[in-house]
Design a protein around this ligand. Structure first.
Ligand code: XMP
Ligand code: MG
Length: 184
């Protein structure tokens, strides 16, 4: 699949599976005193694979909501100016909300999203991200659950894309530079 496009596998399918199980157990444990269904908010499209695997690994009931946002800026870096493409279908007031993200890079998108959701008065609001890049540390976003800290390289797979491709890979990998230059 995608012959020769992937320069290296950064995180294998097995490592992702193990981490999803670990995060789900941790969240199940941390929310043991919380009654009622958790509300997972997945950020489209990148978080879809993580969201569905995570929801199935979580040993307690959770409801699934999705939001789609677009940040103005180039395709590989964000500006922090965010536009809602698809909003939540439901009110999150008094709900225990966990934002499920694929990756935090600069942290600007998430920082905006946290403020936006916080203003809707959830009972609690936490973030669970599969990946985090080192630059994210520079922006003050409180992220309680992090799967993997990764190097500052552009990654694809398991929901993450380059020009809408590679989302369907079961692992996380880095792209061969030839892909950026060939023009798909
Ligand atoms: P910020 O910088 O606001 O950006 O934290 C987060 C969003 O940018 C996208 N992003 C990536 N997408 N590989 C991708 O496929 C990457 O390495 C990468 N880094 C950032 C992603 O949509 C994320 O939600
Ligand atoms: Mg994203």
């Amino acid at each position: 699949m995608y012959d020769g496009d992937i320069a290296s596998v950064l995180i294998t399918e097995q490592q992702i599976n193990d981490k999803v199980t670990e995060l789900a157990k941790q969240i199940d444990d941390d929310y043991r005193d919380v009654h009622g269904d958790l509300l997972l908010v997945g950020v489209l499209k990148g978080a879809v694979m993580f969201m569905t695997d995570f929801a199935r690994a979580l040993p307690r009931p959770a409801q699934l909501e999705f939001m789609a946002v677009s940040s103005y800026g180039s395709s590989t870096s964000s500006s922090g100016v965010v536009r809602i493409l698809k909003d939540l279908d439901r009110d999150i007031a008094d709900r225990h909300v966990v934002i499920v993200e694929d990756i935090i890079d600069s942290g600007l998108t998430l920082s905006w999203l946290l403020k936006n959701l916080e203003s809707r008065n959830p009972a609690s609001l936490e973030v669970c991200t599969l990946l985090r890049k080192p630059d994210a540390v520079q922006v003050d976003v409180p992220v309680r659950y992090v799967g993997f800290d990764i190097p500052n390289e552009f990654v694809v797979g398991y929901g993450l894309d380059y020009a809408e491709r590679y989302r369907d890979l079961p692992y996380i990998g880095t792209l061969d530079p030839k892909v950026y230059t060939s023009g798909i």
